[in-house]
Design a protein around this ligand. Structure first.
Ligand code: G3P
Ligand code: CA
Length: 245
């Protein structure tokens, strides 16, 4: 079972910051996950929420702020004073951290609340420029955008994100054009989890921070987990003679 650093090493560093990504890039884990929104001036930035209120000293929606305005705010001090000065990363800056590492990169397009029309084009262009097309999976709760990504770039791995206990989600994923399914932890233990695994599609599960549950997921054959504590999870599984890569 593979390990992805969720929002970077977000249990130990401020989520979705360069500090969190550099920490992930140092680890011998399989991959990293982060979230992308679009600014008022059409720039792609890495942040989880639609607004900057929770993770910065500023206020407002990303969609209403220019990149230059966003760069003014502090995105580290809310987590700990020792991270004061962390800025919101652009997608370009985040990708740069991983351009020469082995890590698989999960880019989540956060276009399910605000549509951010055209953001998928910008992401695809940047992946081509960075020659990262073979080392990414693009996911979203906005399955219409995943369908667009697959239509425009069939060679890029795609995934649907979902929270529900679904009926035959592997068939639905094929309708969308998704190669993989990224499921909310408890739902992966239902019948559908086994069906997805049997279908041959990748089943990755979020967000798993406890070794007890990671063990159960490994036993049912889940392919990967997203965790806020990738170092600790890696250490745990390697102590128990488990191969991560
Ligand atoms: O991509 C897995 C997971 O990150 C989805 O949920 O809310 O943490 O973005 P969230
Ligand atoms: Ca995410």
């Amino acid at each position: 079972m593979k390990i992805y650093a969720h929002r970077g090493c977000s249990g130990s560093y401020p989520e979705n910051t360069i500090a969190a990504f550099k920490a992930a890039a140092r680890l011998p884990i399989h991959g990293v996950e982060f979230d992308v929104h679009m600014t008022k001036d059409g720039e792609l930035v890495v942040i989880h929420d639609e607004s900057i209120d929770r993770t910065s000293n500023g206020r407002g929606f990303v969609k209403d702020l220019m990149l230059g305005e966003l760069k003014y705010y502090d995105f580290g001090a809310w987590f700990s004073n020792s991270f004061r000065g962390e800025k919101i990363p652009t997608l370009r800056e985040a990708l740069y951290v991983f351009k020469d590492t082995h890590h698989h990169i999960n880019i989540e397009l956060k276009s399910d609340v605000f549509p951010y029309e055209g953001m998928e084009w910008k992401v695809l262009e940047m992946l081509k420029e960075y020659r990262l097309e073979g080392r990414v999976v693009i996911s979203s709760f906005n399955h219409e955008m995943i369908q667009l990504v697959k239509e425009r770039a069939p060679h890029i791995e795609t995934a649907i994100l979902f929270m529900e206990v679904m009926v035959a989600p592997q068939d639905y994923a094929s309708v969308v054009g998704a190669d993989a399914l990224h499921a909310f932890f408890p739902t992966a233990l239902r019948k559908m989890g086994k069906e997805v695994i049997a279908s041959g599609k990748q089943l990755r599960v979020f967000t798993v921070n406890e070794e007890f549950y990671a063990n159960i997921l490994q036993a049912v054959g889940v392919h990967a987990i997203f965790t806020d504590y990738p170092q600790e999870m890696y250490n745990y599984f390697n102590r128990t003679s488990f191969s991560n890569n």
